[in-house]
Design a protein around this ligand. Structure first.
Ligand code: VTB
Ligand code: MG
Ligand code: MG
Length: 333
């Protein structure tokens, strides 16, 4: 993938973050999402790529923009694109930390095409590569990772999402002496924390979205960390209510159509097949990973994490934007 495309992708997540931020704390997560989706799409369509959305806003009948299979770009390099215009719409709407705008692009066929369902995820940083196996009990994984890192359990930090489905797991880890950080939402940012040197997080474990799982796999691969996943039916993540059982039947059907299996281990290589990728994330609200957007009249600032998988170059780009000078679709005064 041409080097210069990376900067182009960072402009796309910057614009999505600026658009989403306009809806910060206004309680309307759909409006925030819409704004980010639409600007992301229009900037992708101005890029010199022959792009296809492989992880996006959903199926064509439910998502008018950035749906799975949508073609984007002016033509040029063939790339597959995985997006989450706002990873954390609820966080944006409620003014909580850690919301980001995110995109991963890779060579054709690079990313696992996963249905919009749940995924169990286990992520570690570069120093614990090879030490995880999602088929083993979590307690064992934590011990193996601690050993790989040369740490005692009481010095281990695991990050997860604060969801009822994780309560038992959180108590188990805490009873082992492990420190647990339970964030309200946003497992992409949480996953990245395992693999950036400045963070104290050793492992991320949760059941969250499968699309978010593939996006996380892209950045974890680019950073040299490790990850296992497993597609989980809704009834197994959220309980056997009639709606959840019906949703699970649809999910199982989608798995067959998309040629993936639920309930089986997915390695990092299964989810992301090449290093030839670019990952870009821009903070919307201030978080552990990135600063959020700041606004003062027509002036705005953003912070973006931009990573090229091939060279493993990690850039943090602080930008100042004069919104009155932007193209119409980005100009949000
Ligand atoms: C997951 C997680 C995301 O929302 O999709 C979660 O992967 C939704 O979980 O990072 P629930 O269905 O239990 O609400 C996020 O946390 C934010 O989009
Ligand atoms: Mg989203
Ligand atoms: Mg999301």
């Amino acid at each position: 993938m041409k080097r210069d495309l990376a900067l182009q992708f960072s402009r796309v997540t910057e614009a999505a973050a600026l658009a989403g931020h306009k809806w910060l704390g206004r309680g309307d997560k759909n409006a925030a999402d819409q704004a980010a989706v639409s600007v992301m799409r229009s900037l992708l369509n101005k890029s010199e790529i022959d792009g296809e959305i492989v992880i996006g806003e959903g199926e064509i009948d439910e998502a008018p923009m950035l749906y799975i299979g949508e073609k984007v770009g002016l033509g040029g390099e063939p790339v597959d694109i995985a997006v989450d215009p706002i990873e954390g719409t609820r966080m944006t709407a409620m003014g909580q930390s850690n919301a980001i705008a995110v995109l991963a692009a890779g060579e054709r066929g690079c990313f696992l095409k996963a249905p919009d369902m749940y995924m169990e995820k286990l992520v570690v940083g570069p120093n614990a590569r090879g030490a995880i196996d999602i088929d083993l009990p979590l307690a064992e994984n934590v011990k193996n990772v601690a050993q790989a890192l040369g740490k005692s359990l009481k010095d281990m930090t695991v990050v997860t999402l604060a969801k009822p489905r994780h309560d038992k797991m959180i108590r188990l880890l805490q009873s082992m002496g492990v420190r647990v950080f339970a964030l309200p939402d946003g497992d992409v940012a949480a996953s990245i924390l395992t693999s950036v040197p400045e963070s104290q997080v050793d492992m991320m474990y949760c059941i969250g979205g499968a699309p978010e799982g593939v996006i996380s796999a892209a950045v974890i691969r680019a950073l040299g960390g490790d990850m296992h996943g497993r597609l989980v039916l809704r009834k197994d993540a959220k309980g056997e209510s009639p709606e959840n059982i019906a949703a699970s039947e649809w999910e199982a059907q989608r798995c067959v159509e998309m040629g993936v299996e639920h309930g089986v281990k997915l390695t990092l290589q299964d989810m992301v097949r090449s290093d030839n990728l670019v990952f870009s994330a821009t903070g919307i609200t201030k978080g552990d990973l990135l600063d959020g957007v700041t606004r003062d009249g027509i002036l705005a600032t953003t912070e973006t994490l931009l990573i090229r998988g091939k060279s493993r170059t990690v850039r943090r780009i602080k930008s100042t934007h004069y919104l009155d000078r932007k193209d119409d679709e980005v100009r949000q005064l």
